[in-house]
Design a protein. Structure first.
Lengths: 392, 374
């Protein structure tokens, strides 16, 4: 059975350029912090990687802080900026964010609220999953001086809705409030220009752009003070410690460069494939409903609701046919929960549980779409017979 | 066949799934999440709904080489098993939640969903044997390992449920199953057996009931009275802490005049009265049962045996069906040739013909009819 992989938003296969860059470094010896020739060689690879990423995202090399991935970068941005703003400029304790953030943002915010006295306000979104800018405006204007920072994702990981980052930056900028954005889904999928965007900190991660797992970065403006979370050798601008992972960083940078370079073509090809997927599924399952905002949508995301079905059943039945997708729901102790994103968009618990995310990426083909289209009719019929969960 | 293996994370269900796969079936493993917030139920490593158990089940599925998913059955479990457990205790009865779980969850909600999704049967690690009888019906028999036999908790299954069930461990003894798990590289080989009630973390049923029932408890205090004299011997803090036949925790200050221990004989939740007396008063030889369920054809009268609690002994008995049908009123009367002790309403009476399970009923009343039973 061939695998039809339609879960690129969870992770996407490594790009050949990334594999090559990573494997080239695997056998090389040398700690980038060492002063001898081997150390200098490793350091050179790391710094060239930093420059590669800086060029791809239009930031300064010194603004790229390597981390272990998106979750660490989000934690560093939220906690680091919150603490430094509170201590050096006495700005806080409010943090404004959205109800549809990834758990890598929501959970640190919850922790800051529980343990550090932060007052977290999660702003609502409309039915397509786009931030209610008016709500952000009034939240800021209630008292701009007590807002430590604003964090709004560039694009949502589940439904793929792209957020109005420019409007967020404009509102925040009027009061000098720093803006962080989790852009792990956006880099390589839509144009991401750090300097032009006006954001102060931006999260990206390797494995979502065709690079390796376990490496990512927080791009953070030189002027912005960030309190470190991990203390040690101070390898990354003194705000992130830990021996630098040269091979992973080389692979990560190659992936960022390649995916950003091909972004425009990728967008055209993928969104056409995705639109076809949605159209054909809706022709077969007429009551299927598209979640998200087609006007502000990542190119690879197709998020669909199948009334009367349990997302778990659909996933299992598709999996048995080699078709891999996601219910987009978080797991709590292994128990699937209704997606907080869909609930925030106004879905009921049952509607949220009956949704599936198909996400296309650089290896997706017409054959993948054909395979899904062929399977979806009988799968939905069968899942419908099994029914939706009682009481939800 | 396409079969769904319910995997608890323990050794039995892991070996059962492995045997089904080895027999050539297309097996999919599932772990039933029975609580959406595991902290509210059992948190130790021996229950049915912990994260560790889910991970153990997943690892076993990996080793066997079958797909694995977690199914959220928490609403169904709460509604049909936990709520039932609480309301039965509140009514002064002593339910067996494992039977209820098999009747309503594993071989009902899970089986129904499995069949709808295109599976042919549910596989579990229960120690019981299925075979096709001469009349073509599926018969359930006791396990060859009498120490592990679980036919009692399966006594609620109907022919339709049995026809879509698979118990690959019924012809094995537990020690062999453990050895087989080790040989197959299943890490759960040495995991301890689960005991007690899976959703009560510390085994403190009385404390759990008190907390969970809260205002729904029928009473929070009452008299402990002597069965013969009616004398009030002490006070209790709620009848849900008691079950018929219980000896410990009576907290009666002084001993009985004859110096013998006293046991709970009766529980009256409305008045909050717990009646106590000597052991011989616990002895009964007649049982009335309701909610009878039959594994196959409904008998009119049967001379066989009954088992009255999990891992309890067999009592020779004559069973008479007084009303059949699928309603909750379906009743039976059981005359015990071997008297029993400490039998509480709410418990299940499972009826056997030799090793074959005939059916079961929920005990509604007990009596002592014959002279000489004491």
């Amino acid at each position: 059975m061939t695998t039809v992989y339609l879960d690129h938003a969870a992770t996407t296969p490594m790009l050949p350029a990334a594999v090559e860059a990573l494997t080239d470094q695997l056998t090389a010896v040398g700690n980038p912090s060492s002063l001898h020739a081997s150390g200098r060689h490793a350091r050179r690879v790391v710094e060239e990687s930093r420059e590669q990423i800086a060029q791809a995202l239009n930031c300064r090399p010194g603004e790229v802080v390597f981390t272990s991935g998106g979750t660490e970068a989000d934690n560093l941005a939220l906690k680091g900026i919150y603490w430094s703003r509170l201590r050096s400029s006495n700005r806080g304790p409010r943090i404004l964010s959205t109800a549809i953030e990834h758990h890598a943002v929501l959970d640190p915010l919850h922790w800051l609220g529980q343990e550090e006295g932060a007052e977290v306000e999660l702003l609502p979104v409309d039915t397509t999953g786009r931030l209610d800018v008016g709500a952000l405006k009034s939240a800021i204007e209630r008292n701009p001086d007590d807002v430590a920072l604003i964090s709004v994702m560039w694009a949502n990981n589940e439904v793929g809705t792209i957020q109005p980052i420019d409007e967020v930056v404009e509102l925040a900028g009027a009061h000098g409030i720093p803006v962080h954005t989790d852009a792990v889904q956006a880099v390589g999928a839509v144009p991401v220009d750090f300097a032009a965007s006006g954001v102060d900190a931006l999260t990206l991660t390797g494995h979502k752009v065709g690079g390796p797992f376990g490496v990512g970065a927080l791009v953070v403006r030189r002027e912005l003070e960030v309190t470190p979370l991990v203390h040690g050798g101070g390898q990354e601008r003194d705000i992130r410690s830990g021996t630098i992972d040269t091979p992973a960083i080389a692979g990560f940078a190659a992936a960022v460069e390649a995916s950003v370079k091909s972004q425009a073509d990728h967008h055209v090809r993928l969104s056409a494939l995705r639109d076809q997927l949605v159209e054909r599924i809706c022709a077969i399952v007429p009551d299927a409903i598209r979640n998200g905002d087609p006007a502000h949508l990542l190119p690879g995301h197709a998020h669909l609701r199948f009334p009367g079905c349990e997302g778990d059943s659909l996933l299992m039945l598709l999996d048995a046919r080699g078709i891999e997708c996601s219910t987009g729901s978080a797991c709590n102790a292994g128990v699937p929960q209704a997606s907080h994103v869909l609930l925030a968009m106004g879905c009921t618990d049952a509607e949220a549980r009956g949704s599936l995310r198909f996400s296309l990426g650089h290896t997706s083909t017409q054959a993948d779409v054909d395979a899904l289209v062929e399977a979806i009719g009988p799968v939905v019929e069968r899942a419908r017979a099994a029914g939706a969960r009682k009481g939800s | 066949m396409r079969v769904l293996a319910a995997m608890s994370g323990g050794v039995d269900s892991a070996v059962a799934a492995a045997r089904a796969a080895e027999a050539g079936h297309d097996v999919t493993g599932i772990h039933l999440a029975l609580s959406r917030n595991p902290k509210s139920y059992r948190s130790g490593a021996r229950g049915c709904c912990t994260i560790e158990d889910s991970n153990d089940a997943r690892r076993a599925a990996d080793v066997i080489g079958i797909p694995f998913y977690v199914w959220d059955m928490s609403d169904e479990f709460h509604e049909n098993v936990v709520e039932d457990f609480m309301s039965e205790y509140a009514a002064g009865r002593t339910p067996n939640p494992c039977l209820r779980c098999n009747e309503k969850i594993k071989f009902a909600a899970v089986l129904d969903r499995a069949l709808a999704l295109g599976f042919d049967a549910v596989v579990t690690g229960h120690y019981a044997q299925l075979e096709t009888g001469r009349d073509g019906l599926i018969e359930m028999h006791r396990s060859v390992d009498m120490g592990k036999d679980q036919s009692y908790v399966l006594g609620v299954l109907t022919q339709d449920q049995l026809a879509h069930s698979m118990f690959p461990l019924g012809d094995s003894v537990k020690d062999d199953v453990r050895r087989e798990a080790e040989r197959r590289g299943l890490m759960v080989a040495n995991k301890p057996d689960s005991h007690d009630i899976c959703f009560i973390a510390d085994g403190d049923n009385a404390g759990w009931l008190k907390e969970m029932l809260g205002d729904r408890a029928p009473n929070d205090s009452g008299d402990i009275v002597d069965h013969a004299t009616g004398e009030v011997l002490g006070q209790h803090e709620g009848t849900t802490a008691y079950t018929i036949g219980q000896r410990k925790g009576l907290r009666i200050g002084r001993p009985a005049p004859d110096g013998k221990p006293r046991f709970v004989l009766d529980i009256e939740p409305v008045s909050g009265t717990v009646t106590v007396g000597p052991r011989e008063e616990l002895r009964i030889d007649h049982i009335s049962g309701i909610k009878a369920r039959w594994c196959g054809a409904v008998p009119e009268r049967l001379e066989g045996t009954v088992q009255l609690r999990a891992h309890g002994s067999e009592h020779r008995a004559v069973v008479t069906v007084v009303s059949s049908g699928s309603t909750t009123e379906a009743g039976i009367e059981i005359d015990l040739l071997d008297p029993a002790e400490g039998i509480a309403p709410g418990q299940a009476a499972v009826i056997y013909d030799g090793t074959r399970v005939v059916g079961s009923a929920t005990i509604s009343a007990t009596a002592r009819t014959s002279v000489g039973v004491t």
